[in-house]
Design a protein around this ligand. Structure first.
Ligand SMILES: [Zn+2]
Ligand SMILES: [Zn+2]
Length: 225
């Protein structure tokens, strides 16, 4: 079992207090990486080359820019822009233009932080399944959550084989949980909509007042800031 990657975060966030424990874990990983890229002292040559090659997406650029260390981001931009400028070929050649079109149309979307987060998240998807297989009490912990955003629900299903001998049971519990959570959410959304009818104005919310926020969370996850 891979205990080294931090089952701690899984125990910490699988607590029934959020709409997707994996979004919460991803956001923690993203913040760690953002801080790491702003800390010059830990920027090794390899990381610097990766920044030159991939840069940052707009979401992570905004996270970097919202931190106080502007100098560090400016230096990252100097190396990234210098690398991209080097790829602009002053030319009349149509093929070279096509090559450049491909490069530059995606140059603002590739991202070292996205890649780093994705690599780590795949380990988490696998570890959740491994924990289900290895730890008797983990089923209860899983069932105490409010399910997952739909992207992370899909990711857990994709890596369900890591539950090994308990794969079928794991898939059954995951799918049953998510379906039940969405059934409850739909009831709440329907009541949320019905509350907009003046005849229901004085009736109690019954917990539906945040149904729209919860459904945005389930459909799109929640982003780190
Ligand atoms: Zn999520
Ligand atoms: Zn990114």
């Amino acid at each position: 079992m891979n205990y080294h990657i931090g089952n701690m975060l899984i125990y910490q966030e699988f607590n029934g207090k959020n709409e997707c424990p994996l979004c919460r874990i991803r956001n923690i990983l993203e913040k760690r990486l953002v801080d790491q890229y702003l800390n010059e002292s830990v920027m090794e040559d390899f990381q610097r080359r990766m920044v030159n090659e991939l840069g940052f997406c707009s979401h992570h650029t905004e996270m970097l820019r919202s931190r106080p260390n502007k100098l560090s981001l400016a230096l990252q931009h100097i190396t990234r822009l210098t690398a991209l400028k080097g790829k602009i070929e002053v030319t009349e050649d149509a093929k070279a233009a096509d090559r450049m079109a491909d490069t530059f149309m995606r140059s603002g979307k590739t991202c070292v932080i996205c890649e780093g987060v994705e690599v780590n998240m795949i380990r988490y998807y696998k570890t959740v399944a491994e924990m289900y297989c290895a730890e008797e009490k983990f089923k209860g912990i899983l069932l105490s959550t409010n399910g997952f955003c739909l992207e992370h629900f899909g990711a857990l299903l994709k890596y369900a084989k890591y539950a090994r001998g308990k794969r079928k049971e794991y898939v059954y519990e995951l799918t049953k949980l998510e379906k039940e959570v969405l059934t409850k959410l739909l009831e709440d959304l329907q009541w949320f909509a019905a509350k907009h009818d003046y005849r229901n104005a004085d009736k109690p919310w019954n917990g539906a007042e945040n149904a729209l926020e919860r459904s945005v969370y389930k459909l799109h996850g929640i982003e780190a800031k």
